[in-house]
Design a protein around this ligand. Structure first.
Ligand code: SF4
Length: 368
């Protein structure tokens, strides 16, 4: 995103907590909330591409849904073109934008397009529904022409053949193309694509990513792509000149261009992700596997840097405070790790592995 343009979407200090206590006793207990997103700020510009990457359960889908106004944040604000999304949705007077406008301009494509298509409705009928709702002034001929035009754009030709099919007569890739057409019919500013290619055959993924990028460029739409796969995130960010945001346990721990994240990762979690991605040549000198594969409980995240229980570089100081997401040498590249600061007390504290070993030894009854 160029720094001199106003963002289309602005997520500021957003946290999303889900309360898992529903019983009568819940009000007397300490909150048992899942901290899905923790104090995240992120701007999405015009024609921007942001790939959110991280392992399952890291909060990327919740963050994506919060950014497009589908999930209400527990704290923080989400702005669309400078206006508070939830103030508009709640009908507050001070906003000049209507909730319907926000809904129309911020679209989503799900991982499983089949589940969002009505099995009893042909493609034409499915695609006509949003157009009838948002552009009732269109004649049925204009609606049909618009739908056929977009079906052609996504490679579903002849369009009249595909328009007459039911979802069960489409392949997974074709269903995803229909979902893409449905989102594009609204001429949205931003599309959230949630693991939109992960259910497809490997051979189809690059083709689908290329289609997303081609249409992103053609329609000047911004995309937030959610993926658990760093090589897919890299492809999307590299080809579009966009960014990759790496998430861990509800926080963005590193953000930058594809080149910065893949060729010059700063955060130990990004390095571990890179190390575990088969397509990327590991850098044996700087990349190490995680200390444990166990993901901490998001209801009770570790103190300080939440990654300290798995980080191969963790030191005692990492358990005491949460590192800020701060800049590196490049303005676009930020990382949340104490190692970025040469003067931080991290460098004087003991490696956590040594501390844990010492504690285990001194706890053993015979001192071994
Ligand atoms: Fe690892 Fe410490 Fe950096 Fe967190 S702050 S990523 S635990 S080195």
């Amino acid at each position: 995103m160029s720094s001199d343009s106003d963002p289309v979407l602005s997520v500021d200090g957003v946290s999303v907590h889900f309360d898992t206590d529903t019983g009568l006793l819940s009000r007397f207990r300490e909150s048992n909330a899942v901290r899905a997103v923790q104090n995240v700020s992120l701007d999405v510009g015009d024609s921007d591409v942001v790939a959110l990457v991280g392992e399952s359960g890291c909060g990327k889908t919740t963050l994506g849904k919060t950014a497009i106004g589908v999930q209400r944040p527990t704290e923080g604000t989400v702005r669309y073109r400078g206006q508070d999304v939830w103030a508009a949705k709640d009908g507050h007077q001070e906003t000049t934008i209507r909730a319907t406008e926000i809904r129309r301009n911020l679209q989503m494509i799900h991982q499983d397009p089949g589940s969002s298509l009505n099995p009893n409705r042909k493609v034409l009928g499915t695609l006509a529904v949003p157009l009838k709702k948002w552009q009732p002034e269109l004649s049925s001929e204009d609606r049909r022409a618009r739908i056929f035009g977009l079906l052609k754009e996504v490679g579903m030709t002849p369009p009249n053949d595909y328009a007459g099919r039911y979802p069960h007569q489409l392949s997974g890739g074709e269903k995803q193309r229909v979902a893409l057409v449905r989102a594009l019919l609204m001429n949205p500013d931003v599309i959230l694509a949630d693991e939109a290619i992960s259910a497809l055959d490997v051979s189809l993924r690059v083709e689908m990513m290329d289609l997303f990028l081609e249409l992103q460029d053609q329609f000047q739409t911004s995309f937030i792509f959610i993926s658990h796969d760093l090589s897919n995130a890299r492809y999307l960010a590299e080809e579009s000149g966009g960014r990759i945001a790496v998430m861990y346990l509800g926080r963005i721990v590193e953000i930058g261009t594809a080149e910065e994240i893949v060729n010059n990762p700063q955060h130990p979690y990004t390095k571990a992700l890179r190390w575990a991605t088969p397509d990327l040549q590991p850098n044996e000198e700087t990349e190490q596997p995680l200390r444990t594969v166990d993901v901490p409980d998001p209801k009770n995240p570790p103190s300080g840097c939440a990654f300290h229980t798995r980080c191969p570089e963790a030191r005692e100081a990492c358990t005491a405070a949460v590192p800020d997401l701060t800049g590196t040498d490049a303005a676009s590249h930020k990382s949340a790790c104490f190692r970025a600061d040469d003067g931080h007390q991290y460098w004087d504290s003991e490696p956590l592995e040594a501390v844990e070993e010492e504690e285990t030894t001194s706890a053993a009854p015979d001192g071994r």
